[in-house]
Design a protein around this ligand. Sequence first.
Ligand code: ZN
Ligand code: ZN
Length: 187
Amino acid sequence: MSERRVLVIDVSRIPSEGLEVQESLEPGEVHLEGEDSFDLAPGGRLKCRLERGEDDSVHLRGRLSARLALQCGRCLEPFSLPVEQDLDLFYLRRRAEDEVEEEDEVELADRDMVIAYHDGDELDLGEMVREQFFLTVPLKRLCREECRGLCPACGSNRNHVRCECPPPEAAASPFGSLRKLFEDKDR
Ligand SMILES: [Zn+2]
Ligand SMILES: [Zn+2]
């Protein structure tokens, strides 16, 4: 299988008028191999424009549209999460000496943009897309906020089925049996 490297940009080949990128997203290109907490659904797209500035800095602006396939943490059903993200990123070339001119720093801070680094020759937009996905995926992965989850007794999905199992709180609580003791005493 020949490797499609459409998301890896050769910085030196970005023309002075800028480079338009419009690509479909494949899980391998956005480095999701080995990522088992979510998956990329087909149909994802990256549309952006790259402009090269002085010192090989690159300004990226565009939009990321994709759907992630996840599993609900309560009911274990699959669900999808839309990712619609405007992108405005500024890549600086990381220098070996790592010298940062103070003037540059102030100017960039004023612009209030997201700043990333590239190591010189190549810019891997797949890395950027992957990071955006991780920023989008919430810690609590729920198919919906009010998901009722699985019954701990019979395992049925309580979003769909109303089982007759007693609520687990009452059964497991030590106060349940205590209360019973007191009730017996009063008699
Ligand atoms: Zn759920
Ligand atoms: Zn049940």
